[in-house]
Design a protein around this ligand. Structure first.
Ligand code: KG4
Length: 337
């Protein structure tokens, strides 16, 4: 084992964590949510500029909190993708500079592998497992036969579930990030609006959220045109039932077909209380173990990147200093960079 410094800057959090022999020494996250809230979503150019402003401050704080010197670090890990290209670049250039300066290996980490491995802070992973990866930019069902063996068995054909939550929230006049207020208001509402279930009747593990988003937007506009008031809690509940129901349905079918030992939730939308409750209920009924990440692991951070980096360090998965960011990097190609 070793001292690994990890950097994450794929979206709107600038984060640095330091891990030593499996123990987290520091985990600093600077979020830009307040800035992006004004626009109702992440503004990529602003995100990149803020990462550039914040990275050195976050880095300094992580090193001071860990009470180490940069000379003590054995490897520098960084999120290489997927994410926003300009945002990824900032973290990548910082990590490359450190690796060059201190003559230590550079470890490229896949962002979604990070979300999956965040669960290692809660429990040891048991294989085969199904990772339900649901975030603002991605929605995938990933089958893992062993450590670092990722097979995407289903993914969204269009929008990510988190993106859909954010757009629906915007049309309902709720603040960004939309998943949080929708989750809260859904608890006060009833399933009163009829929204079609995406990909109904199709034998697939894929997901789809663009049609659901359009259905909610059209329904809200139609009601407004008729001068009728939208019942926001009821709309939140009706939407959430369908959005989460789709993921739960796919996960239940997959655990049966692939005979997995456990299911893990990962990504920003894994903070959703209804998803957590429904997945637990379904897996308990089937006698399948479920790992639900603590809330601090659901949002972007570098501790999760450090966890993957430990496994990659053991296997000496290192990159050259000409490494480039890949906004569309597939988790199945995590060794190709
Ligand atoms: O993982 P994340 O930071 O995004 C990416 O890295 O892509 O997740 C952010 C997403 C946002 O779309 C946000 O609305 C959603 O996670 N989210 C939630 C909840 N909390 C955050 N969605 C549903 N329910 C929640 N409680």
């Amino acid at each position: 084992m070793a001292v690994i410094l990890a950097i994450e800057s794929s979206c709107d959090e600038t984060a640095v964590a330091i891990i030593k022999d499996g123990v987290l020494l520091s985990n600093i996250v600077s979020t830009q949510i307040e800035v992006h809230r004004k626009y109702g979503g992440v503004m990529p150019e602003i995100a990149s500029r803020l990462h550039a402003e914040n990275i050195s401050i976050v880095l300094k704080e992580a090193v001071e909190t860990a009470n180490i010197k940069l000379e003590d670090v054995d490897a520098f890990a960084v999120t290489r993708g997927p994410g926003l290209i300009g945002a990824l670049h900032v973290g990548l250039q910082a990590a490359k500079t450190l690796a060059m300066l201190y003559k230590k290996p550079l470890i490229p980490v896949h962002h979604l592998a990070g979300h999956i491995y965040a669960n290692e802070y809660v429990a040891k992973l048991e294989f085969p497992l199904l990772a339900v990866v649901v975030s603002g930019g991605n929605s995938e069902l990933v089958l893992m036969e062993d450590h670092l063996k990722f097979k995407v068995i289903g993914k969204t054909r269009d929008d990510a579930i988190g993106e859909c939550y954010d757009k629906v929230a915007r049309v309902l006049g709720l603040p960004y990030p939309g998943g949080i207020p929708i989750d809260k208001l859904a608890k006060e509402g009833e399933h009163a609006y009829n929204l079609p279930i995406p990909l109904k009747g199709e034998h697939t593990y894929d997901l789809s959220y663009s049609g659901l988003k359009t259905n909610v937007i059209n329904l809200v506009h139609n009601l407004e045109q008729k001068g009728e008031k939208v019942d926001v809690p009821n709309m939140c509940k009706s939407f959430q039932d369908v959005a989460v129901g789709l993921v739960v349905d796919r996960a239940c079918k997959a655990v049966e077909e692939f005979e997995v030992k456990e299911v893990i939730l990962a990504g920003g939308v894994s903070a959703n209380s209804y998803l957590r409750m429904e997945m637990k209920r379904e897996m308990d009924e089937r006698g399948i173990k479920i790992i639900i990440p603590p809330m601090w692991c659901t949002t972007d951070n570098a501790a999760m990147i450090a966890k993957v980096a430990e496994h990659l360090y053991e296997r000496k998965v290192f990159a050259d200093l000409n490494l480039s960011a890949d906004p569309n990097w597939s988790i199945e190609d995590y060794l190709e960079f």
